[in-house]
Design a protein around this ligand. Structure first.
Ligand code: GLA
Length: 662
């Protein structure tokens, strides 16, 4: 199976989306010159070129693309060639309106933007596949070709009749019989029983709450339908170019695709990442989460940052550029956490269209712009750091994450609408990040024996296999910390007997979860150590042997257990029945980590400073706006500057060091 190393060829990849169809020919030559000067070695071409390549159905205009690829190759720049199937041309929607997606209320989403295709449409699929096949045929032997980029940020969902028929086929495969579907969906409730497959629909807009398992299955189905679109194109490409890796770029921490399942189908895992520069160190924590997830999706190996912004994006209410140093900091953060390449959206800023105010490697200010200077400096620095390619990040802690649980937990009719899977995941991962601990993310059914500490921010839905997996981990000597409202539902979103699965309760030392007591927005509940919980609380009863390190100290549950700690087999399992405020959660997880023998990559780090070990290098990153001094246990040399640091490292605001021990 080809890998990122086949595309990177011993260097860190550097480049971005290149949209030459937006520019006259003479600009292409200038682009190649400027790319070379900026250290660019990879250009992603064709992402939105469908209308240019196929101006009329079946007609091919490859001449301009031949020229672009030849020019890039002459300039020594590799090509990540995209199948342009994320944005069909207007002719497709006009001639085949059934290819246009419909929302849950039946409204058509028209062309004039992008992503306007129904993933189940055989017409869309056939056109997309023909185009991918022709691209492979034409450019499979092109010397510039390094990597295939299929589609772009898959995520379109559709509720049309074609999708409905496809959904039914998918359900038949999952359930076999209508009885099994009725049982899984719990259709005895509200007279929803189906007597004929033809009656079954996607969860369309209805008068009141729609069946939760129907919604959950539609999420699963949509992810799978999109995945079929991807794998069909991938297979067409791979058949012609078996040695060229294939990727598709994920949106960061995106709900619309089962990221674990998708990653298994890719040669290279890539992601687009746009933290908000206005958010300070919090944005650094978010970046770390996405990067850790992406690395984990890549099985711990190198991955590709397919898109980042050199400055401001244009799709937030207020779009802040990156202050001096931040582009470099976040770029090295991605490398530190396993990226073997950094690319941008996009190379040259558009002058028209919806993204004309989005930053680019070459902004409107041109080659003398401050902004472009930073891009060049980064390119030069990356070019000197080939030693990092292919090396791995080792984490002794894992945070469990699962799309099924995410989908199921986000539905209507819960005890509280406030808890949000992604936010809880972010809060827990950030607590570890602030405690300077490096974590992988893992699927709850993945073997966990390589980890000492496993954290479950919230997995509302847990399969039997996942519960057995957690039990094995703890009994084998692991330290588990589990957040509230975990293990409540089975794979069909059926509440487990007793509210929380009995095996999980035994593991956690909980006799009964009597009631869930969600808190109001902004409400805090006092805990016995003087800190506070937020968002949620629970009325718990523990088993005799289970320790209660923290109790509720206020509100209706005063005196009852808030955080429990149970010894099970050779390990321990904690249950955290509220969301402790950030400092308290950090202290709690740091305590569990210390007990599990999990240590930061560097001791004595100030707040907002990140230290990650990748291979032989120790990356130290200052996310703060103030300079810091970091104590070093031994002399190190900074591979970025060549400077030697004997017992301390001084970093300016947004400073970075890549240290190698002398
Ligand atoms: C996404 C898309 C790009 C572009 C950027 C803008 O990542 O893939 O085409 O729209 O967002 O930030």
């Amino acid at each position: 199976m080809p890998a990122l190393a086949d595309a990177a060829r011993g260097r860190l990849l550097y480049g971005g989306d290149y949209n030459p169809e937006q520019w006259p020919r003479h600009v292409w030559r200038e682009d190649v010159r400027l790319m070379r000067e900026a250290g660019v070695n990879l250009a992603t071409v064709g992402v939105f070129s469908w209308a240019r390549i196929e101006p009329q159905p079946g007609v091919r205009d490859f001449g301009w693309l031949d020229e672009v690829l030849d020019l890039l190759h002459e300039g020594g720049i590799g090509v990540c060639l995209a199948t342009p199937t994320a944005s069909p041309p207007p002719w497709m929607g006009a001639r085949h309106p059934e290819t246009l997606p419909r929302d849950a209320a039946g409204h058509t989403l028209w062309y004039g933007s992008r992503n306007q295709y129904c993933p189940s449409s055989p017409v869309y699929r056939a056109h997309a596949l023909r185009l991918a096949t022709d691209l492979a045929e034409r450019y499979g032997d092109h010397p510039a070709l390094r990597l295939w980029h299929v589609g772009n940020e898959y995520g379109t969902a559709c509720w049309c009749d074609t999708s409905a028929a496809h959904f039914r086929r998918w359900l038949r495969q999952r359930y076999g019989t209508l009885e099994a579907l009725n049982s899984a969906w719990g259709t005895a409730f509200w007279s929803q029983g189906y007597g004929d497959w033809a009656e079954v629909l996607p969860p369309r807009t209805a008068p009141y709450l729609v069946n939760p398992t129907q919604q959950l299955d539609f999420r699963r189905f949509t992810s799978d339908a999109l995945l079929e679109c991807f794998t069909a194109e991938r297979d067409a490409l791979a058949a012609r170019t078996p040695h060229t890796p294939v990727t598709t770029n994920f949106m960061p921490l995106f709900a619309g695709q089962d990221g674990w399942r998708w990653a298994r189908e890719e040669d290279v895992v890539s992601v687009d990442l746009y933290p908000d520069p206005a958010k300070g160190p919090e944005a650094g924590a978010y970046g770390a989460l996405v990067q850790d997830l992406t690395r984990s999706q890549a099985g711990g190996g190198p991955w590709l940052l397919m898109e980042q912004a050199s400055g401001a994006v244009n799709w937030r209410g207020v779009n802040r550029p990156k202050p001096e140093g931040l582009l470099r900091l976040w770029s090295w953060q991605a490398v530190a956490r396993g990226a073997d390449g950094l690319c941008f959206f996009q190379w040259r800023a558009s002058r028209q269209g919806s993204e004309k105010f989005h930053s680019a490697m070459l902004g409107h200010a041109g080659e003398t712009g401050r902004h472009h200077r930073r891009v060049r400096e980064l390119g030069a620095e990356l070019d000197r750091m080939a030693e990092v390619t292919g090396t791995r990040v080792r984490a002794e802690a894992a945070v469990l994450h699962d799309w099924d649980a995410w989908w199921a937990s986000g539905q209507d009719g819960r005890p509280s609408a406030l808890p949000d899977h992604a936010e809880l995941l972010g809060a827990w991962h950030r607590a570890l990040w602030e405690a300077h601990l490096t974590a992988d993310l893992a699927h709850p059914e993945t073997p966990l024996d390589g980890y000492r500490l496993v954290c479950v921010p919230q997995l509302y839905l847990l399969t039997d296999a996942a519960i057995d997996n957690l039990t094995r981990f703890v009994h084998g000597g692991g330290t588990l910390v589990t957040g509230f409202f975990t293990g409540v539902a089975d794979a069909d979103d059926r509440v487990r007997e007793g509210g929380v699965d009995a095996r999980l309760r035994a593991l956690l030392g909980l006799r009964t979860v009597h009631e869930w007591w969600p808190l109001a927005d902004g409400e805090r509940v006092a805990l016995s150590d003087g800190t506070h919980g937020t968002l949620w609380s629970e009325d718990l009863e523990t088993e005799p042997g289970c320790a209660v390190p923290l109790r509720y100290a206020g509100g209706e549950l005063a005196g009852r257990p808030a955080v429990t700690r149970n010894a099970a087999g050779a390990g321990t399992a904690r249950y955290v029945s509220t969301l402790p405020e950030p400092a308290a959660l950090r202290a709690l997880l740091a305590g569990a980590a210390a007990e599990a023998g999990v240590r930061p990559a560097l001791e004595g780090l100030p707040g907002g400073v990140e230290a990650v070990r990748r291979g032989e290098l120790l990356f130290v990153l200052n996310h703060g706006r103030e300079p810091v001094t970091v104590p070093l246990p031994a002399p190190h040399t900074d591979r970025l500057t060549g400077d030697r640091h004997t017992s301390a490292l001084a970093l300016p605001a947004y400073g970075v060091a890549a240290l190698r021990r002398d």
